[in-house]
Design a protein around this ligand. Structure first.
Ligand code: ACO
Length: 329
């Protein structure tokens, strides 16, 4: 029988600078009450002007390698999930590879927005299962503050910067990653996007003047989609695992909006004490949100050896995905 494939190291990093809702009140027409009531977010981290996604990703990656007891040379594949890459190309994964000295790795980026981490660990598992890689470093990293329109209160209040990383490999004990379900619906590709800066609308004075290089979102459509999909894909992944929702010890959703999370938990009958929530601290860190929450939940004892974890993400694309795993460390 083939061995289990699981997480053998985990780490995360968030920048020091904290921006509260009260700070945002001073620069845009918003209020702490509105943000808290509609989203659950109280504060977020913001990277300084010289820090890019790769810099955050490096810190998370180094912590994950140390936790795994591995050196960067042991890694044979790096997958970086990000919607805020350092540059259009080359990949942020290659930039991180250079900085950590992972000289034996292949490296690429994966674009699935806030579902990026779920897509990336699913891809990593497939590489290991096929024998094409043995030790894969998966990094979710975002410097979203750099691609926000700070004059748009509908998006600027929602996001934050940070990075989380895991090392995936065959494990001796436990089941590791039990199953994943991924999905996408490209008809929603313009519900959450950055219009300019690619080949559809190359950068020009006009695109800069119109703030075309920053995130645009139809919040209420994304909200409806997320509320529906979070439950559907969670149930599908749990069923595919041969488990029931009662078997879930920790529900760890993408941290975008407290109302979406609470509604999903309620509809699935998962009690709130089993739901891991940290979005009040960090806002929506997109591809970094799930690995940062996972690292935190492991370190603060919320997740223990043998626990069954349901991680679920949704985001631009539109994309969605869920992974069920047994925490085997
Ligand atoms: N402060 C004060 N008022 C605001 C703000 C703000 N920051 N933002 C919007 N408003 C106003 C609106 O202008 C509107 O006023 P109006 O009625 O006078 O026009 C009113 O508040 C209500 O706006 P809605 O957009 O209807 O508010 P809603 O309750 O839908 O909440 C929100 C908006 C929080 C964005 C919600 O729609 C949401 O969370 N959507 C999902 C977003 C999401 O999860 N995105 C991430 C996906 S993951 C990824 O791939 C990155």
């Amino acid at each position: 029988m083939s061995k289990a494939i699981g997480i053998v190291g985990i780490g995360s990093y968030v920048p020091d600078r904290i921006v509260t809702n009260y700070d945002l009140e001073k620069i845009m027409d918003t209020s702490n009450d509105w943000i808290l009531e509609r989203t659950g977010i109280e504060r977020r981290r913001v990277a300084d002007k010289d820090t890019a996604s790769s810099d955050l990703g490096v810190k998370a990656a180094e912590a994950a390698l140390a936790d795994a007891g591995l050196s960067a040379e042991d890694i044979d594949l790096i997958i970086t999930a990000t919607l805020s890459p350092d540059m259009i190309f080359p990949s942020t994964a290659c930039v991180i590879q250079e900085k950590i000295g992972a000289v034996n790795a292949a490296a690429f980026d994966l674009s699935a927005a806030c579902t990026g981490f779920i897509y990336a660990i699913t891809t990593a598992k497939a590489f290991i299962a096929s024998g094409d890689a043995k030790k894969v470093l998966v990094i979710g990293t975002e410097a979203i503050s750099k691609i926000l329109n700070w004059e748009d209160r509908k998006t600027a209040v929602l996001f934050g910067d940070g990075a989380g990383a895991v090392v995936l490999a065959e494990t001796e004990e436990g089941k590791g990653i039990i199953t994943s379900v991924l999905g996408s619906d490209g008809t929603g590709n313009q519900l959450l996007y950055i219009p300019a800066g690619g080949t559809r609308m190359p950068a020009s004075y006009e695109t800069v003047d119109r703030k075309g290089h920053t995130i645009v979102m139809d919040g209420s459509e994304v909200f409806k989609f997320a509320s529906r999909k979070m439950v559907e894909v969670s149930e599908e992944a749990v069923n595919k695992s041969g488990l029931t929702l009662q078997d879930i010890d920790c529900f760890l959703p993408h941290q975008a909006n407290l109302r979406i999370i609470k509604n999903a938990a309620k509809r699935m009958g998962i009690p709130l004490e089993k739901v891991y929530i940290n979005l009040h601290e960090y806002g929506n860190m997109s591809a970094a949100s799930i690995p940062v929450a996972l690292d935190e939940a492991v370190k603060n004892g919320h997740i223990k050896k043998g626990d069954i974890i349901l991680m679920v993400g949704f985001g631009a694309g539109l994309t969605w995905g869920a992974t069920v795993l047994e925490w085997n460390r």
